[in-house]
Design a protein around this ligand. Structure first.
Ligand code: ZN
Length: 63
């Protein structure tokens, strides 16, 4: 029989702070989650001026 363990420190979880062992671990997990949600890799580095200049073949010649 396996008891639920705190995902932060792997100690046995406490009913009051499930699935964490303490409020501190719950706060740690929450801060991690918040950081991850607004620090999405890739999207922040996108720059509108970074588009590669495409050579135009013609000014709407084919339409
Ligand atoms: Zn813990």
């Amino acid at each position: 029989m396996s008891e639920p363990a705190c995902p932060i420190c792997a100690k046995p979880a406490v009913d009051r702070y499930k699935p964490f062992c303490s409020k501190r671990c719950a706060d740690v997990d929450l801060s991690r989650w918040l950081k991850g949600s607004y620090a999405i890799p890739g999207s922040a580095t996108e720059d509108p001026d970074d588009e590669p200049a495409r050579p135009e073949t013609g000014p709407n010649s084919e339409e």
